[in-house]
Design a protein around this ligand. Sequence first.
Ligand SMILES: O=C(O)CCC(=O)C(=O)O
Length: 329
Amino acid sequence: MASVECRGLLYFISLDHLLCFLLSSPDQQVTGGFARLNMALVTDEQVQKFRENGFLVLERLFNEEECKSMKEEIGRIIQEMDVPPHLRTEFSTQQEEQLRAQGSADYFLTSGDKIRFFFEKGVFNDKGEFLLAKEKSVNKVGHALHAYVPVFKSITNSPKIQEVGRRLGLVKPVIVQSMYIFKQPNIGGEVTPHQDATFLHTEPLGRIIGFWIAVEDATEHNGCLWFIPGSHKAGISRRMLRTPPGTIPCTEFIGEEPHFNEELFVPAPVPKGSLVLIQGEVVHKSELNTSSNSRHAYSFHVMESENTTWSSENWLQPTAELPFPSLYT
Ligand SMILES: O=C(O)CCC(=O)C(=O)O
């Protein structure tokens, strides 16, 4: 039996009920008998479900205030952004086009330790001017928000996320990348079915987990995530490799993406503040946002670095400025 104080009233409840109470309200503090009780944010059953399905939804792990702070911070970053020159400049000759392609490749390949901007298709005119408001044109910002922007750093390394990492059994987790995804109203592009380990390859497999946080409600109308449950158990079908320096395109795929049966996908709509865990080999996607509501998300990928080799052929590489930082602080 334990006592829980709620709106000034003292309740006596069984420990099972106490656990349910805490899980449904992770930010709550429990008083009366216990000064502060740190109960698990993720139950054994949920960990088991994650292992079986390859994904897990933890609803409302972050509160309204935390979502607002991420949204406001990204708004400030967008207002101050430098639009990359390979988009701004007008190119006419083949040689200039080659330079543009190279500029674009370098911009992407060296974005792992920077804050860089990637845009939806068709948002610039041929003079490199925005056709829409700039804040409505960005597809995503990546890939080092977790390292350089205090708001995102504190969410990434928050006690809640560290606790989730421990509950998943991560021993030496490091953060390899982060991004803020906008899924803009009406134009937010589809993310085709893929496995994250195609892009973030490790030896052995099974060492990557995506932490995807809904900054706004994600619904079937504005492009929530979809998964094929259990699809992480069959290895990966493709790998994306870096091509030799100076080559265009800067990456290539080996292997074939199979045709995934659309009927196998299940939607994962979540209210804002929810965390969706994505195992590195699970097949997932999100659809074009045809609604008038955006679907902002902040996501980062974690690698269990204990007894793991990060592929030197991955597009993303740790740098002297930013070696992959630890999730645990
Ligand atoms: O946010 C999305 O629409 C897709 C995200 C995704 O595929 C990922 O984080 O691996």
